[in-house]
Ligand binder design. Structure first.
Ligand SMILES: [Zn+2]
Ligand SMILES: [Zn+2]
Length: 183
């Protein structure tokens, strides 16, 4: 998603706010045909609500603030759907390409204002920040009992009758170890 910065670039001290809602369709990387982008392990519900400030500084444009987003995920133990409100913190310098030495530019690391100095591409910075905010093992609640390893029943809602002695069955010992590793 491109943001116009022509009136800001090269005018340190000037700033603008960015608060319009962002659709997941605007996050699609430029080299793909996808209709929307979601971070690995989650789906974005609705739109992103940014409260960002674009500040002109000597070296470029500083983009700072927060983006509120609702993430839909599956509990890593019981697979129940979870909706988690997340606030993504953003603080990234988009270099003025005239001021960044080519030797210092790191592909995939640095963010640049586009060379025509009219827009900056905010998409990658948002994708990077959103990817980091998704938990690797989302839980519907801290003490989620998970699925029964014998019959697959959701132990949060039913007592399927498979007690701990079944779980301790040597055939399931490896699974039991994995469960312990979760905590
Ligand atoms: Zn759960
Ligand atoms: Zn069971």
């Amino acid at each position: 998603m491109r943001v116009r910065v022509q009136e800001l670039i090269g005018r340190p001290g000037q700033s603008e706010r960015l608060q319009r809602a962002i659709d997941p369709a605007e996050l699609v990387p430029p080299d793909t045909d996808d209709v929307r982008w979601d971070p690995p392990g989650a789906t974005i519900a609705g739109q992103l609500e940014p409260d960002l400030r674009l500040e002109s500084v000597v070296d470029g444009i500083l983009v700072r603030g927060t983006v509120d987003v609702d993430l839909v995920m599956a509990c890593s133990r019981c697979l129940e759907e979870i909706v988690d409100e997340a606030t993504v913190e953003l603080a990234e310098l988009f270099h003025d390409p005239r001021r960044l030495e080519v030797a210092d530019y790191q592909e995939g690391e640095d963010y640049l204002v586009e060379h025509d100095l009219v827009h900056l591409e905010l998409g990658r910075a948002l994708r990077d920040a959103l990817t980091l905010v998704v938990p690797s093992r989302p839980l519907c609640r801290e003490d989620c009992a998970g699925l029964c390893v014998v019959c697959g029943a959701d132990r949060n809602v039913t007592d399927c009758g498979h007690g701990d002695e079944d779980v301790a069955d040597p055939r399931w010992a490896k699974l039991g170890d994995l469960e312990l590793d979760d905590d």
